[in-house]
Write a protein of this length. Structure first.
Length: 93
């Protein structure tokens, strides 16, 4: 049976979808398609995938958390290091 709570849920979802269609501007998009993925981002994703696989193989949350965190930290450090190196090179010129 279709009750009032279901009707209100449907109306809220419908309004949100209409609002998203009306306000679809490029500045609010989550990611531009022409923006490349950085090497640090790739390292973080690979660390997470390795953590998931090893966590499932060894049935260990600790293994998953360790590799995901290690991948994130290494990837972030790599991006920060590359950013500072690029800034130093541009400052010398």
């Amino acid at each position: 049976m279709f009750d009032f709570k279901d009707f209100m849920t449907f109306m809220a979802i419908n309004d949100a979808m209409e609002e998203e269609e009306n306000n679809s501007s490029p500045k609010y998009s989550s990611r531009s398609s022409d923006e490349p993925v950085t090497t640090g981002g790739k390292i973080a994703v690979v660390g997470t995938i390795i953590g998931i696989v090893l966590g499932l193989v060894f049935e260990s949350w600790l293994c998953f958390i360790f590799f995901a965190a290690a991948g994130f930290i290494i990837g972030l450090n790599h991006d920060v290091y590359k950013s500072t190196e690029d800034k130093k090179k541009s400052d010398k010129i």
